[in-house]
Write a protein that binds this ligand. Structure first.
Ligand code: FIX
Ligand code: ZN
Length: 418
């Protein structure tokens, strides 16, 4: 392939792609971060980075402490144990460990000192509001989409009392309990004035739509989202499927909002590990095909947790233009898998997807998640544009920039605007 391109053209393409990937601002379309008005719900700093559930899961493999005893410790003590075990007693080679070090390094701290008290001191000196801007600038993230639950009282009280929105933060309406724990959320819906019934009879479906409308308005949500187990079936003779058909999808059609499905999570495989105890499974994508084909006037966003499902997802996306594929979710957000998935997506669905989201739970993580992803995306895109050049088709700088803008948020915006 490379024999057909002059060395100078090769260098030019390589430099253009890497500059463009490194410098283009992204819209981070799925995170667990909050508008600064939510105060302490927006996590940041070294201790929150160290107690991230990705690291907790890795550290428990070394610890002998009983799970409950670990949870009783203060955040600082948990962080210290994780630091000692994953960074000092072993080399921090895993993706999540390297992430912490990338963050520190990009913030200008000397990682080689291995000095946690000093790192803590540095974070204590930061001004939170300037720090948010600094992280977003370092990560080149221009917009962050939050995950907002109308079932989480910590959040709802703030939405209801009202606040001035930070324009950099958009909202996605997260509805897992509505579809997966209907019986347990009924009291909350009734108490909030919605006339719903356990057996979904009467005005229930209209009322669920009213609930979705009220919260979409309250949050100014840009899409509706749910995470689903690998056993998810659609259509099916169950509450979840009925709610999707008679409340969620009609509401999404009426409001023009996309419905995002994050499929494949097995919650609580080891419940004693809390957030770190979730696992994954391989779903059947027949349900996704059915959703897309039975509901052509709905828009669906989808990301899947199992590496093995990614090829099938691309093929489904080739059949349904009302489906937009996004991101490398959670266990797939590691360089080797991002590389495979990005290459496969480019091969099968061209430029019509969103290449990544961070899923950051701690603000600082946007720095490493995007740095690391940009490295891999540069590698794959460079290979692809060089392949293209070898055919005689010379991609211009403007075309490359257009494509990268698309992968980093424009394709998503266009899909939502359709
Ligand atoms: O369901 C989700 O949105 C997941 O991303 C989270 O539940 C998960 O805990 C996570 O943080 C993955 O990155
Ligand atoms: Zn998430």
């Amino acid at each position: 392939m490379s024999l057909d391109i002059s060395l100078s053209k090769r260098d030019e393409i390589t430099a253009t792609v890497s500059r463009s990937v490194l410098e283009t601002n992204v819209y981070d379309i799925h995170t667990h971060l909050y508008d600064p008005a939510f105060g302490e719900l927006l996590l940041w700093g070294i201790d929150d980075q160290l107690v991230y559930h990705y690291l907790v899961a890795e550290a428990f493999r070394h610890f002998e402490i009983n799970f409950n005893d670990f949870w009783k410790l203060t955040k600082e003590n948990q962080a210290q144990m994780i630091w000692d075990s994953l960074f000092i007693d072993n080399s921090p080679l895993s993706e999540a460990c390297r992430g912490v070090l990338t963050v520190l390094n990009r913030l200008g701290l000397d990682t080689n000192q291995r000095d946690l008290p000093r790192i803590r001191k540095w974070f204590k000196e930061q001004n939170p509001s300037e720090y948010i801007t600094r992280c977003m600038e370092l990560a080149k993230v221009s917009k962050i989409c939050m995950t907002n639950s109308p079932f989480d009282e910590l959040e709802t009280s703030r939405w209801i009392s009202g606040f001035e929105r930070d324009e950099r933060f958009t909202s996605a309406l997260r509805i897992d309990p509505l579809l997966l724990e209907w019986d347990s959320i009924i009291p909350q819906l009734i108490e909030s004035g919605y006339e719903v019934q356990h057996d979904l009879s009467g005005k229930t479906m209209e009322e669920v739509q009213r609930f979705l409308r009220d919260w979409t308005d309250q949050m100014d949500a840009v899409y509706v989202m749910v995470s689903l187990p690998p056993t998810f079936e659609y259509p099916a003779n169950n509450q979840c499927s009925k709610l999707i058909d008679e409340a969620i999808l009609p509401f999404c059609r009426e409001s023009g909002l996309a419905f995002a499905l994050m499929i494949g999570v097995k919650r609580g495989v080891n419940p004693a590990m809390k957030l770190a105890g979730d696992g994954l499974g391989k779903p059947s994508l027949i349900s996704l095909e059915n959703l897309c084909s039975n509901n052509p006037n709905n828009k669906f966003l989808c990301t899947l947790l199992s590496k093995e499902s990614q090829h099938e997802l691309c093929v489904v996306a080739r059949k349904f233009r009302n489906l937009h594929v996004f991101g490398c979710w959670w266990f797939t957000n590691i360089p080797s898998v991002i590389e495979d998935m990005t290459r496969m997506r480019l091969d099968l669905i061209g430029m019509s997807f969103t290449v990544q989201h961070s899923d950051a739970r701690v603000l600082d993580q946007i720095i490493y998640k995007w740095d690391h992803s940009r490295d891999t995306i540069t590698k794959v895109l460079t290979e692809k544009y060089l392949n293209l050049a070898a055919t005689g088709w010379k991609p211009s700088k403007r075309e490359i920039q257009r494509d990268i803008d698309g992968l980093f948020g424009q394709n998503f915006n266009q899909f939502l605007a359709k």
